[in-house]
Design a protein around this ligand. Structure first.
Ligand code: C5P
Length: 411
């Protein structure tokens, strides 16, 4: 938990605005003070009365309200906080921010501030993916605006799914607290290092249309790539098919099959650290058909003959001149998590195995959080549940320390 701070919350006009009430409550519980500005559109979704009751402060809305301006001018409002959080940030609000508009209190404050700004977008996936929004987001990122989310999932509109959901309140709080206290201390820890990360599922073809796959979302691997980048590394992310926003400043190689993933990893060596977070398919079809397999009346269902895929982690972690100096593997299990992980540490010759429970009830597959055990030759460390971003950051920091220790020992 970070030390108490002053947060200015700008509430945009989206269906997710109601989540701000929970956000304010949680931030206050953590000792922060919150002042809120609502856009006109936000009034359609939450009332200033409920927001004000929770912040214990007058809610501000109008740039041209003399009373408000006398109480606290918009310039002071822009400067008198440690962080400005925009949630939910609608497509329209992002566009106005990117364009430098200042025609209401929210945008005037955002234009006048010299404080860090964190936005949590929430909109329909089509709007988030629209080239205009992509342009605005790129502009805002280049301007130094921080982003939390959006998350991927079901939208309020029935049947719509994709990136565009407001991140859940605990993740937003985590993003707020790390924006308040950026972890600058370690920011150059991996400078000059090359980190390779594998991520996502692989797709093993049955015919040109069909494939074998698994439920991996690729989130944990993408977070590893982002964390390594934040620590200053040159990062190569080799990923199977996923639908995630690409982390900035990372070289991404898209592959489909396990064989392609192995070739890509080999081509990108040497590396200082390799993180094998991909959920590689264990088997592939021996003879994928070149034409679509047709069903026909009276004909039996086809039988698929499978063969084992190369174990990428095991192959790359074998001792040899090309072995990355530090190798991290995963053990995603639905039972006997630790026993399997310990076995894997030896059989795959990894330096660490990150073990986690991926039974459907754990919510890990596709979720935002993870509960991991770090299995090393020295024993097991069990960590409390935290966001996948935090897991990645902590593990990359630890791996960087290990590398440093190896280097010092070698000198
Ligand atoms: O044997 P299992 O699939 O449980 O091992 C998991 C670990 O091995 C993960 O780190 C995964 O990325 C890696 N792996 C791999 N290639 C495979 C299978 C698993 O790199 N074919």
């Amino acid at each position: 938990m970070s030390s108490p701070k002053r947060i200015l919350l700008i509430i945009g006009g989206g269906i997710a605005a109601y989540k701000c009430l929970e956000l304010i409550r949680r931030l206050k519980e953590r000792g922060h003070s919150v002042r809120a500005v609502m856009t006109k559109a936000a009034h359609q979704f939450v009332t200033p009365l409920s927001v004000g009751a929770l912040t214990n402060e007058r809610v501000l809305t109008d740039l041209f309200d003399l009373d408000e301006e006398r109480e606290i001018g918009h310039i002071r409002l822009a400067r008198d906080s440690d962080l400005i959080v925009v949630a939910p940030a609608t497509a329209d609000l992002l566009a106005r921010m990117a364009g430098g508009h200042a025609d209401d209190l929210a945008t005037a404050v955002l234009l006048a501030t010299d404080k860090p700004v964190l936005v949590a977008p929430a909109m329909n996936p089509a709007m988030w993916l629209h080239p205009a929004t992509r342009r605005n987001v790129a502009q805002l990122k280049a301007d130094g605006i921080g982003f939390a989310g959006p998350a991927i999932g079901e939208m309020a509109e029935r049947g719509e799914a994709g990136p565009g959901r407001l991140v859940e309140v605990p993740q937003l709080i985590e993003a707020i607290e790390s924006a308040l206290e950026p972890e600058t201390a370690n920011s150059g820890l991996l400078a000059g290092r090359h980190v390779i990360v594998t991520s996502g599922p692989t797709h093993e073809p049955i015919d040109p249309i069909r494939y074998l796959a698994n439920r991996s979302s690729g989130k944990q691997g993408f977070e590893f790539a982002a964390a390594a980048r934040e620590l200053g590394a040159r990062v190569t992310l080799i990923t199977g098919p996923v639908s995630l926003p690409e982390p900035d400043g990372v070289r991404i190689i898209h592959i489909k099959t396990a064989a392609e993933m192995l070739d890509a990893v080999r081509a990108e060596l040497p590396a200082d650290i390799a993180v094998f977070a991909a959920a590689v398919a264990d088997w592939r079809v021996v003879a994928p058909q070149t034409e679509k397999i047709k069903k026909a009346e009276g004909r039996n269902a086809p039988t698929l003959t499978l063969t084992e895929n190369p174990d990428i982690l095991k192959t790359i972690a074998q001792p040899g001149p090309d072995r990355p100096r530090f190798v991290i593997g995963f053990a995603a299990e639905t039972q006997d998590v630790l026993a399997h992980a310990k076995k894997k540490l030896k059989s795959k010759r990894a330096d660490w195995i990150i073990a986690n429970d991926v039974s459907p009830s754990s919510g890990v597959m596709g979720g935002e959080n993870n509960t991991v055990h770090v299995v090393t030759a020295d024993g097991v460390e069990s960590w409390p549940e935290m966001s996948k971003a935090k897991v990645a950051r902590k593990i990359m920091e630890r791996a960087a320390e290990q590398l440093q220790a190896k280097r010092t020992a070698a000198e």
